[in-house]
Design a protein. Structure first.
Length: 307
């Protein structure tokens, strides 16, 4: 068995609202809100790195879980916006947390990276005990805040989230997960070397709006559950309109979907864990099953059930 034991996050202090960003990219701030559901996002400070934000989120998570760095047997770090090709941020995060000698694995995956990390942690916890999953992104450095880059600049923000998966105990059991990938549309959302992030928005929305509900339904059905049985859906905060479409496809109220995209924008792989951190602090104990879901570059997507 594997359990969720704690969540944590780190959000940069600089707030960039729609009026400020709209002036840079040449669009009406009200249009940004209508198109995305985003009112503001956070931007990293010049001295921040993917690893430094990730380490702060990891420390926040360990405190919430009541554990020390020495209690962690494995670190998994997901990021699509690392500053270099290799090494990735995992080992640097481990060093900052005082985890010398602890194996650290990089998942160079945007958007769905935290979900894949959680699913892997649930399986690897049988061998490593406590597994710390960190997802950290500085997306503001890979978009163009100009009219030419407006379609991506309006979406993305910076931040980091973390989750502690334990083989021993926690506030919820990870019951099952379902991971999927399809490279046919891999080029629709990508970050090439020395280029800004490229996104074909229509393709991504269409693919995610179809694939996420199907995957959630398959996961629930093989666990003898229906969407109506789920207390909370914790999705990657990509776009409010996508969250609404998934809720409609599952025939459940939008209120079942925890949302903080208005405050932080799309923080790529970090978004689901940032949302989970706020949800946990607001809700406390589980009132019923929780479904995590994410979709992103690759294409990679999936869902995870906690009970």
């Amino acid at each position: 068995m594997a359990y969720l034991r704690g969540f944590g996050c780190c959000l940069p202090s600089r707030v960039v609202d729609n009026p400020e960003l709209g002036a840079l990219v040449g669009v009406d701030p009200a249009w940004i809100l209508r198109a995305t559901g985003i009112e503001q996002r956070r931007y990293a400070a010049p001295e921040d790195t993917v690893a430094s934000l990730g380490a702060k989120a990891g420390a926040d998570c360990l405190q919430a879980a009541g554990l020390r760095a020495g209690d962690v047997g494995l670190l998994i770090a997901a990021s699509g916006s690392g500053e270099r090709r290799f090494p990735g941020p995992a080992a640097a995060i481990g060093r900052a947390l005082g985890m010398g000698g602890v194996p650290a694995i990089d998942l160079p995956m945007a958007s769905a990276g935290s979900l894949f990390g959680m699913s892997l942690a649930a399986r690897l916890s049988r061998d490593y005990g406590n597994v710390l999953v960190v997802a950290s992104e500085i997306m503001s450095r890979v978009v163009r805040c100009t009219p030419a880059g407006r379609d991506t600049a309006i979406l993305f923000g910076d931040g980091a989230g973390a989750c502690l998966v334990s083989a021993e105990s926690g506030f919820a059991e990870i019951a099952d997960s379902l991971l999927c990938s399809d490279g046919e549309f891999g080029g629709a959302l990508r970050l090439d070397l020395d280029s800004p992030v490229h996104m074909e928005g229509r393709t991504i929305i269409l693919q995610s709006a179809r694939k996420i509900p199907r995957t959630i339904l398959e996961l629930l059905q093989r666990n003898q559950l229906q969407p109506a049985n789920v207390d909370t859906f914790l999705m990657h905060q990509a776009n409010l309109n996508l969250i609404v479409r998934v809720a409609q496809a599952l025939s459940v109220s939008e209120s079942r979907f925890f949302r903080n995209i208005a405050r932080y924008g799309n923080t790529s792989s970090a978004s689901m864990l940032i949302a989970a951190t706020e949800w946990r602090r607001e809700r406390g104990q589980l009132a019923g099953p929780v479904v995590f879901a994410a979709f992103g570059a690759g294409l990679h997507w999936g869902a995870l059930l906690a009970t």
